[in-house]
Design a protein around this ligand. Structure first.
Ligand SMILES: [Zn+2]
Length: 467
């Protein structure tokens, strides 16, 4: 407990007047040593020998050409240097690790997850326990996802979990949460998740609830703006506006789940920060809207996989034979996926096609695309589907290099406090994945994971508790 308090104080930049910092460091190290290897997470040990990854192909997340025969130097949990061998000296005393023939990419960032779920066919509110949240977090790490944004159905229990993640008391990716998101009374997703969504009728009530979220120090705010084809009420636009304006007073970014171009345009007008899902009610997005999105660098996490899941398992039953499915998912959930019938609704196919088309059009116009999987929603397997979303971005027409930028740099750009995430540049957290095959040759090779590093520490993947 004492150690975590000191770690928290160090992270928040507070100084102790009473105890010299060297003594604090010593006590801290001694405590970590006493409890064995200590909890892992985003706070690295104060002293550790530098690590040098030598000879791999470096894809640093900046969207540039790969660097063959690279060196990546990690020290104190951060990237100290990364570049071609000829320009990147290995510090004296560094642990040298040969990664020749391998590919080094930044840890992946998933902007759209739902923690506290077994990802069964139906959402089960009672599944939201600390144990389940921690297993979800470890599943993301297993798949090389080193930062997640949990988007709208967290309970208050998430806040102490986030504190524990940020002080390395639990093993977790960098964890961002928006707490409980906003919708209309009986609006989407209450038909799935029930009362955990904030059902707000008036701007005044919205303002009050944004203030409550601000007091919880949320990392963002979520709103659902979708009638599911006029089957459910939509949150009123004046309520959306009040949320966005009050959030701006507290410097909290607002993310919206959207469906229609008209809602997207209205929210952009109110100053929305970013979007999940894609516009899927028009063939061609209005060029004036596209220009505004490009100018503001508004990030979209298209979450194509959520739509594809309507037929994914029936068309790709072989995916359920993937050993990592059995490794990370409960048997009854796998059975439910195997039994899932494809949606007979032709509208679902058409909306998927429009989402794919508009994802490519916006990306080509310079609007940043990021990765969101909706992991934890119905039959949407945490971490595994982060990788499927990368595949779908490539299927939509992005290059594999662009898909990797989406899952790294663009995701980080969307996160408040994400400045030190997303690329393998000097000074960033040393979050990375070592792959045994080239993701630019085949994006599915992001699954060929040999090792995962979080904040300078190797993750013991076989030891992770994921289900
Ligand atoms: Zn979602």
């Amino acid at each position: 407990m004492e150690a975590s308090i000191q770690l928290l104080a160090r992270r928040s930049g507070q100084q102790s007047n009473a105890i010299p910092s060297a003594l604090i460091s010593f006590v801290l190290l001694a405590l970590l040593w006493l409890v064995g290897c200590g909890p892992s997470g985003v706070v690295p040990p104060a002293e550790s020998a530098p690590i040098a990854l030598i000879g791999g192909v470096l894809l640093d997340g900046k969207g540039e050409a790969p660097v063959p025969d690279s060196i990546v130097v990690i020290e104190g949990g951060k990237i100290r240097a990364a570049g071609p061998r000829s320009l990147t000296p290995v510090p004296k005393g560094a642990e040298r690790i040969d990664v020749s023939g391998k590919y080094v990419i930044p840890g992946l960032i998933d902007l759209h997850v739902h923690l506290g779920s077994r990802a069964g066919a139906q959402y089960v509110a009672s599944a939201y326990t600390r144990e389940r949240v921690e297993k979800n977090l470890q599943a993301y790490l297993y798949f090389g996802v080193t930062a997640v944004r949990s988007l709208g159905i967290d309970r208050d229990a998430i806040f102490p979990i986030r504190a524990d993640a940020r002080t390395a008391k639990i093993l977790s990716p960098h964890l961002f949460t928006v707490g409980r998101g906003f919708t209309a009374p009986n609006g989407h997703p209450t038909q799935e998740v029930g009362a955990v969504a904030r059902q707000v009728e008036t701007p005044e009530e919205a303002v009050r609830q944004v203030q409550e979220l601000a007091s919880q120090q949320v990392d963002g705010i979520k709103m659902w703006v979708d009638t599911l084809n006029n089957t459910l009420p939509s949150i009123r636009l004046d309520v959306c506006r009040a949320i966005i304006e009050e959030a701006a007073r507290h410097s909290i970014p607002v993310a919206a789940h959207i469906y229609s171009q008209a809602d997207t345009r209205a929210l952009v007008g109110f100053g929305i920060h970013d979007f999940v899902h894609m516009i899927r009610d028009v063939e061609t997005v209005d060029p004036a809207l596209v220009a505004t999105l490009r100018e503001r660098r508004t990030v979209f996490a298209p979450t194509l996989i959520r739509q594809e899941l309507a037929w994914f398992y029936s068309e790709h039953p072989e995916r359920l034979a993937d050993p990592d499915v059995a490794r990370t998912m409960d048997a009854d959930v796998i059975d439910a996926a195997r039994a899932a019938k494809p949606s007979p609704d032709p509208v679902a196919r058409r909306e998927f096609d429009l989402a794919m088309k508009n994802t490519l059009a916006l990306a080509r116009a310079g609007v940043p695309m990021a990765v969101g999987s909706d992991g934890g929603s119905a039959l949407d397997f945490p971490g595994l589907m982060t990788h499927r979303e990368l595949e779908l971005l490539v299927q939509a027409g992005l290059t594999p290099l662009e898909a990797i930028s989406a899952a790294t740099r663009h995701g980080a750009a969307c996160l408040q406090g994400g400045d030190d995430l997303g690329t393998l540049a000097s000074g960033k957290w040393a979050d990375l994945v070592v792959l045994s095959a080239d993701p630019l040759a085949d994006i599915r090779n992001t699954r060929r994971i040999e090792r995962v590093m979080l904040a300078g520490r190797w993750i013991d993947r076989p030891a992770l508790r994921v289900k």
